[in-house]
Design a protein around this ligand. Structure first.
Ligand SMILES: O=C(CO)[C@H](O)[C@H](O)COP(=O)(O)O
Ligand SMILES: [Fe+2]
Length: 221
């Protein structure tokens, strides 16, 4: 099936004390899914929230598609709690994981889709042996840990390589993506777009989300 353009705002830099309202606003403004950044203070030098927060959000927002971007040292530990919290796509970094296939199977068995994420320093070819089990590949375009960083255009060859070799794969980019950098991502072949600061901070969120989607759509074959 051909891939579709999907825009998933990251709520990392939103007002987390008002998460449900901020998330609902993004969805009302056209977001296709929500990208929830989970950080453990070990895999990355920052700390956000875990499954209790995601579960509370799910109680308020019943139907939206939730992705958790697991920037954690031991993603295996949080599979069941996140499945129970109502997560749809469990995206974890392969770098700290010894047996990616086993963890991916556990994610599938718990009823979630599998996303495999790589940091800027990780070769995309390292993922090749796992791509038959992955629903989504996330190519980080900043060092994970913080929102509002500058987009790394030198990650685009990874996206291009994936799109050339896996035309039907959902390829996600995350970090510094917004109206100024979306052409680069879309041209390389990304179809799932995470955008934090550029969307959350926009005076007209719906216009920015539409612009991002239109650009991606214009490059899809
Ligand atoms: O995973 C992340 C950081 O590690 C965030 O999803 C990402 O940084 C989004 O924020 P922005 O668009 O502001 O860069
Ligand atoms: Fe993220």
């Amino acid at each position: 099936m051909p891939v579709q353009a999907k825009i998933g705002p990251s709520i990392l830099n939103a007002d987390l004390s008002n998460l449900a309202a901020e998330s609902q606003k993004l969805l009302d403004n056209g977001a296709d899914y929500l990208h929830l950044d989970v950080m453990d203070g070990t895999f990355v030098p920052n700390l956000t929230f875990g499954h209790p927060m995601v579960k509370s959000l799910r109680n308020k927002i019943k139907t939206a598609f939730f992705e958790t971007h697991m920037m954690v040292q031991n993603p295996e530990q949080w599979i069941e709690p996140m499945a129970d919290a109502g997560v749809n796509l469990y995206t974890f970094h392969v770098e700290p994981v010894q047996d990616v296939v086993r963890v991916s199977r556990q994610v599938q068995e718990s009823g979630m889709k599998v996303g495999l994420a790589i940091k800027p320093g990780t070769e995309v070819q390292d993922l090749e042996k796992y791509l038959s089990i992955a629903d989504v590949v996330l190519v980080m375009t900043v060092e994970p840990g913080f929102g509002g960083q500058s987009f790394m255009a030198d990650m685009m060859p990874k996206v291009k390589w994936l799109r050339e070799n896996y035309p039907n794969l959902d390829i996600e980019v995350d970090g510094g993506v917004g109206p100024k950098t979306i052409h680069c991502c879309a041209e390389a072949g990304a179809n799932m777009i995470v955008s934090g600061t550029a969307v959350v901070g926009a005076s007209d969120q719906s216009q920015v989300i539409k612009e991002l989607r239109d650009v991606v759509h214009s490059y899809l074959k």
